[in-house]
Ligand binder design. Structure first.
Ligand code: NAD
Length: 264
């Protein structure tokens, strides 16, 4: 599977597994199944309330683990990370993200300053953000001179984030796609189904291969061993120019599924 080099020189696997809404009681089993299937990156968050199970599922593996700072802890990031580490059962995470800019609170710059210190202390090996617009990224970079390694954003064929992606590429920030399968909705789209038939692959594999072909990191969530295996195998699928153009045409002005970052 492909690796991506972050702007701090560290290596992150491009393809990972999401765990949103995986209950704590099932997370160890699901994560262990993912690691056994070949996933080397696991995405969680304090907000998911499953870090204990995720940590248990990761025990004994050297998979890359990401967790996130929730919105009500922007002034308290150091303690919040310690709490996440205690639940995960480890001394550090590979990537720590500010989950949302929460601009109405206006505290994300000070949270970012704390994340910079947490990177210096080694508790967060790499640091980044999630759901940040260019204006939020500019503010944290201007305040600290430290460019987030990753911005994890909603990104799927119906919401392709072309402008933000190109801004981030120029700034050396890796885009990581959340809800990369459009929460499953995109999988019945006729264009995606036609490409899947052409390659003898599944629609989910086509969409994951599209993210990887764009140089994105991608964290689909799979609840079953079959889907995990299918998603891991997507890394081997190579799409052609015609496929890429057909998927590019699915972008839509109102394709957003999740919340608007300005409102969170
Ligand atoms: P997703 O786009 O990954 O879709 C998940 C859905 O697709 C599930 O219903 C699953 O059963 C189905 N699916 C998965 N593999 C399949 C396959 N091979 N065939 C058919 N169906 C398949 O949606 P998501 O869970 O919202 O997003 C993925 C991850 O992104 C989350 O688990 C979480 O880790 C992260 N996330 C982050 C944020 C954020 O604010 N940073 C927000 C939402 C999600």
């Amino acid at each position: 599977m492909t690796d991506i080099t972050l702007n701090d020189g560290r290596i992150m696997p491009a393809l990972g597994m999401g765990t949103y809404k995986v209950p704590d009681s099932q997370a160890a089993m699901v994560v262990r199944a993912g690691v056994d299937t070949g996933f080397r990156l696991v995405d969680t968050a304090a907000f998911y309330h499953n870090e204990r199970g995720v940590g248990e599922g990761l025990r004994g593996s050297d998979a890359f683990v990401t967790t996130k700072l929730w919105n009500d802890r922007h002034e308290d990031a150091e303690v919040a990370l310690d709490e996440s580490l205690a639940l995960l059962g480890r001394d550090s995470v590979d990537l720590y993200l500010i989950h949302w800019p929460s601009p109405t609170q206006g505290k994300f710059v000070s949270a970012w300053k704390t994340l910079v210190k947490l990177r210096e202390s080694g508790k967060a090996k790499s640091i980044g953000v999630s759901n940040f617009l260019a204006r939020h990224l500019e503010r944290v970079i201007d305040a600290t001179g430290v460019v987030p390694a990753v911005n994890q954003i909603e990104l799927h064929p119906r919401f392709q984030q072309v402008e933000l992606r190109s801004w981030m590429e120029e700034s050396g920030i890796v885009a990581q796609s959340w809800s990369p399968l459009g929460q499953g909705d995109i999988l019945s789209d006729s264009a995606i189904v036609a490409i899947a038939r052409k390659h003898g692959r599944s629609p989910a594999q086509v969409v994951i291969a599209w993210h990887l072909a764009l140089g994105l990191s991608v964290i689909p969530k799979a609840g079953s061993p079959d889907h995990l295996a299918e998603n891991a195998a997507a890394a081997a699928l190579v799409l052609d120019e015609e496929d890429m153009a057909a998927i590019a045409a699915l972008d839509s002005e109102d394709g957003r599924i999740g919340p608007d970052p300005m409102s969170m």
